[in-house]
Design a protein around this ligand. Structure first.
Ligand SMILES: Nc1ncnc2c1ncn2[C@@H]1O[C@H](COP(=O)(O)OP(=O)(O)OP(=O)(O)O)[C@@H](O)[C@H]1O
Ligand SMILES: [Mg+2]
Length: 292
């Protein structure tokens, strides 16, 4: 059982605001953003902020340059829209480009995710053997139990350390996929306060690591994520990508046709085209954007 302890915000003394202000302009530009303060600094100077590309051409072209490194981005959509495949593809391409990737699955088993990747012609084993990719399944109820135990021990202390709860030891990824927030939330039903605390800590943890994260969220109404501020994920996220299964022709119940679409709804610190683009999921290739 992990030990309850207050979060010490390990990065803070080193990267705190005070220290940042003491640094010369050149040093600040060269420094990799780690904390919220640094992220905001970097966002004000986007030309110095590194980006991640998904490798999905057509989608990447919607951005000025790409997803700002260190961002937490929600990938939200209705069931079966391709969220898992999109994230596997982005992760695989990022790892090929030198990122250290972790796929945290709270839904599908590891073998099935590898199977998806093989279907699309990707070879995760190469990078798993090199140590630059890890695909790992977690039981969301293990998280609930551990968080409840930590909260009970921490009593009035609201800050807990999520790291020992779930993170693979000795693996420090730079790019993380979490599939899905909804599966984690489902395990916290009736304990929404604990979920909120957990999610806040999780975002903070990713931020302190300086990792870029794509967080899959299943939602019937993806738009509501940015319109309402009630959802803790939408509020904390730096970006939102929306995937939909749109009905485009036919009657109410028969003769219809659906298309899959993807759009960027929000991306802090990066210009992007507010376009809804259509895509197909193609055997041997993965996500392919139509007409670009
Ligand atoms: N090998 C394949 N070739 C072509 N299309 C595929 C293939 N595998 C899956 N698909 C398509 O991808 C869709 C599911 O993709 P994915 O599992 O990424 O969706 P999801 O949004 O993660 O779904 P869920 O909400 O169930 O987790 C299926 O509806 C199917 O149309
Ligand atoms: Mg999925």
């Amino acid at each position: 059982m992990p030990k309850a302890k207050a979060v010490k915000h390990k990065g803070m003394p080193k990267f705190g605001k005070q220290l940042l202000e003491e640094k010369s302009e050149d040093e600040r530009i060269l420094q990799k953003p780690q904390t919220q303060t640094q992220k905001m600094e970097a966002i004000r100077r986007p030309e110095y902020f590194e980006r991640i590309k998904t490798g999905i051409s057509g989608f990447d072209r919607l951005f000025g340059k790409g997803i700002p490194k260190g961002s937490s981005v929600l990938v939200a959509g209705t069931p079966g829209t391709g969220k898992t495949i999109f994230c596997l593809q982005a992760l695989y391409n990022a790892v090929k480009n030198g990122e250290k990737g972790l796929y945290m699955s709270f839904e599908e088993p590891e073998w099935r995710l590898r199977q998806h990747m093989h279907d699309f012609g990707w070879k995760p084993e190469i990078y798993e053997q090199k140590g630059s990719l890890m695909i790992k399944r977690f039981d969301p109820f293990d998280i609930t139990r551990s968080i409840e135990a930590l909260l009970t021990r921490a009593k009035k202390e609201l800050l807990i350390d999520v790291e020992p709860v779930f993170f693979p030891p000795n693996f420090r990824p730079t790019f993380i996929i979490l599939d899905s927030m909804s599966a984690v939330a489902a395990a916290f039903v009736g304990r929404e306060d604990s979920y909120r605390i957990y999610i806040e800590q999780l975002f903070r943890f990713f931020e302190e690591m300086g990792a870029t994260s794509l967080l899959i969220t299943e939602t019937e109404d993806p738009e509501s994520l940015s319109l309402t501020r009630s959802g803790v994920e939408g509020f904390l996220a730096d970006g939102i990508i929306i995937m939909r299964n749109l009905k485009i022709t036919g009657g109410e119940t028969t003769g219809g046709e659906r298309v899959k679409t993807i759009e960027i709804l929000k991306m802090r610190g990066e210009g992007f085209q507010q376009k809804i683009v259509e895509f197909n999921i193609v055997q041997g290739r993965g996500i392919v954007i139509v007409n670009v």
